[in-house]
Design a protein around this ligand. Structure first.
Ligand code: KIV
Ligand code: ZN
Length: 554
């Protein structure tokens, strides 16, 4: 087991792949989870909560894959280059705990994280358990977890609304049963910073044996206080923060990793605590998670938002020109937000392309590398300045696309101020046929989506569509992001994903925004179809193929 951290060290426990993935529509494929886990290891997180192995076979497999790859590979730049701890979540039941352990045991530093609710409202209405039963179950399950694994974390769920004296008792029992980390969740984001800080101070003072374990904070953002609460807990003695990239998570999300890390970094003279995070990786990791989960980062988001370092007003710009510190408390390069560089041009070869992608943290191989390189060449013919951001967007379109039942063969639109926006779309379909449909819409993208709907006929509803320029300039790549919800008649296959996702996202980049939008929509529909399992069961496309004889049935 990794030794106890130094007193001034705060462990960063990332739960993007578990609590973060519980955001509606943020479901990731196994490849995407692995990609994010690699990025988290590079970022320097101490613990990766890789998932909830009992939720589904897919979740189990994804956690196991992370444990046997990222969980055993040394990471340069980390203390002794140790791989991060890989953690699996489990309810306080034997099957859950055993399954979590089976998924993570291959990691060099495995951790079981088990939880049981302790607040009166959860005891009475959800668990229907008395205080005595909660204490007994905590003892029994932490003991069982500890019989499997040296590193056991216990969370009293809804600690924020638990009676302090009972909370101390539960924690005492968990320590006696062998817990090595006690995580204190404000599950519903109810507490205020001074309250949460006082709760941690109370635990430090009143729980026997607490000096032998690490206290952790896990705050939700329902009142927009997750970061403030986590910092209050850390200042009161917690030495682990459970966080997610971009603060994604259930409802209003979790504490955002980048905010806690940069608060500790920027206010180090006051707080005096350190983390092992390579802050220059923050923006890159934020972009990756946003792209993969389809959860767009608001421009004014602290630390990683597009405007986090933009100075618009004249007074601010004047001040900045005179002295940067007038209006800047962090340097953009500290978080990796410096301007992107001109890196490659139309004469660059496949090798230079692959090397630069690897430097950017994206390792593409085989067909995916070939496809991304072809798209790069195509882009270089149309766009003079190819930047890191362009390369990342191109590579992103090729990673973890999952099953492509339908793929775009061609799209053509007519639109303008006076006409009826019309799109003609030709798709390669799962039965090997090509199908073409045309539709009229309120705009070219609407028309293209309608034409796709006529071919794909997936039971879905469009929830969100955004388009952004990847870089500055009129020739920028457009990055489209789409979220669709399975309509009620679609029955999701619990073997695909965690069973909690009825929202699916897709994204794509192209200099032509209609092409980017069309591909993003198809990608979201393909994910939905994978979840329904329709084409895996060999069901044919219902609509008529292009080469069907006139009058053939649909
Ligand atoms: O918010 C919460 O209580 C949790 C626990 C499982 C730690 O996510
Ligand atoms: Zn949580």
């Amino acid at each position: 087991m990794i030794p106890h951290p130094a007193p001034d060290y705060v462990r960063i426990f990332d739960t993007t792949l578990r609590d973060g993935e519980q955001s509606p529509g943020a479901t990731l494929t196994a490849d995407e989870k692995l990609e994010v886990a690699r990025a988290l290891a590079r970022l320097g997180v101490d613990v990766i909560e890789a998932g909830f192995p009992c939720a589904s076979q897919d979740d189990f497999d994804a956690v196991r894959r992370i444990a046997e790859t990222v969980g055993v590979q040394p990471v340069s730049g980390r203390p002794q280059s140790e791989p991060p701890i890989v953690c699996g979540l489990a309810r306080a039941t034997r099957p859950d705990i055993q399954t979590a352990y089976d998924a993570i045991r291959v990691a060099k530093h495995p951790r079981i994280h088990t939880f049981l609710a302790t607040s009166p409202i959860h005891r009475e209405h959800k668990l229907r358990m008395s205080k005595e039963q909660v204490l007994a179950r905590t003892s029994e399950m932490v003991t069982f977890a500890r019989s499997l694994c040296d590193d056991v974390e216990f969370s009293p769920e809804d600690a924020g609304r638990t009676e302090p004296e009972f909370l101390y008792e539960v924690l005492k029992v968990a320590i006696a049963a062998g817990a090595t980390t006690l995580n204190i969740p404000d599950t519903v984001g109810y507490t205020l910073p001074d309250e949460f800080g006082a709760m941690i101070a109370g635990i430090v003072k009143n729980v026997p044996g607490v000096d032998k374990v690490v206290i952790s904070v896990h705050c939700h953002n329902d009142l927009g206080l997750a970061t403030a609460n986590a910092l209050a807990g850390i200042r009161a003695g917690a030495r682990q923060a459970e966080v997610t990239i971009n603060g994604i998570g259930e409802r209003a999300g979790n504490t955002s990793l980048e905010e806690v890390v940069m608060a500790l970094h920027t206010r180090h003279p006051l707080i005096g605590l350190n983390t092992g995070i390579d802050t220059t990786q923050l923006v890159r990791t934020s972009k990756l998670v946003s792209l993969r989960t389809g959860m767009v980062v608001q421009p004014n988001k602290a630390v990683v938002g597009a405007n986090a370092f933009a100075h618009e007003s004249g007074i601010h710009q004047d001040g900045m020109l005179k002295h940067q510190e007038t209006y800047e408390i962090m340097r953009p390069e500290t978080v990796g937000a410096s301007k992107t560089l001109l890196v490659l041009g139309k004469h660059s070869g496949r090798h230079a392309f692959a090397v630069r992608l690897r430097e950017l943290g994206t390792a593409l191989e085989g067909e995916a590398l070939e496809a991304a390189f072809n798209r790069f060449k195509h882009l270089a013919d149309r766009k003079k300045r190819i930047t890191d951001a362009d390369l990342e967007a191109l590579a992103a379109s090729e990673i973890g696309r999952g099953r492509e039942y339908f793929s775009l063969d061609a799209v053509q639109v007519t639109c303008g101020s006076n006409g009826m926006p019309t799109a003609t779309v030709r798709l390669a379909c799962p039965d090997g046929e090509c199908r073409t449909r045309a539709a009229v819409g309120t705009g070219p993208v609407h028309a293209a989506f309608k034409a796709i709907d006529e071919i794909v006929t997936a039971p879905s509803e469009l929830l969100e569509y955004t388009i952004n320029a990847v870089t500055e300039g009129i020739d920028a790549l457009g990055h489209a992001s789409v979220r669709v919800r399975a309509a009620s008649e679609g029955r999701l296959n619990p073997q695909h994903g965690s069973g909690h996702a009825a929202v699916f996202h897709g994204n794509a980049a192209d200099t032509d925004v209609v092409v980017a939008s069309t591909k993003a929509y198809l990608s979201a529909l393909n994910r939905l179809l994978a979840s329904l399992g329709t084409y895996d069961r060999g069901v044919k496309t219902p609509s008529k193929p292009d080469n069907a004889p006139p009058g053939a049935a649909e």
